[in-house]
Ligand binder design. Sequence first.
Ligand code: UDP
Length: 194
Amino acid sequence: GDRFEIDAVAIRDLSRAAAFEQLRAAMNQGQQVALGFCNANMLLKALCSASYASTLKNLVLLSDGIGLDLCSLLFRGRFFRENLNGTDFVPALLGGDARGRTLFLLGAKPGIAEAAARKLALLYPQHRVVGTRHGYFAPAETDAVIAEINAAAPDILLVALGNPDQETFIAEHAHRIDARLLMGVGALIDYTAG
Ligand code: UDP
């Protein structure tokens, strides 16, 4: 099938090309998609915590890493079609998208998202970073952060707060965030900034 379910967690089993196609179609139609890259760490957390499991239910999950593959092998006798992690997936999604998208980068230490934005402008001239915000804010600042994102109204919101925080942020707030595709991307902003 095109999904693997273990306990309360459902992970899509898609090729990268099929995932790209579905995400671009959703964006083009103005639908919102909240996406997570589920690694073994997140899966274990979800299996041990009902609250994290219900958080993950709000996200479309892709399979990130060998831990998920081993789990899939044990339970259904085969690997996932592809290993999809944010650090490879997002650059390929952006690079292969002829249609210009707007992006907001949320996360990493102060200054890093801005450096990543400058790199993205060089790498993907068809896209435009319309906002950045570092990821070290207090819960009381969450509304202000969301207001900043909504003022920019990006097509794509990259959330790099580490897990579980990035998935929780997306799951809790996606309904009031004006962005089409929200993705929890781990170390991608650091990695892009170089
Ligand atoms: N991060 C953040 N705010 C936090 C904690 C982490 O913005 O409160 C950022 C961190 O700077 C890094 C990214 O989240 O850019 C991923 O963090 P880390 O590698 O610690 O998380 P992991 O995904 O490996 O658990």
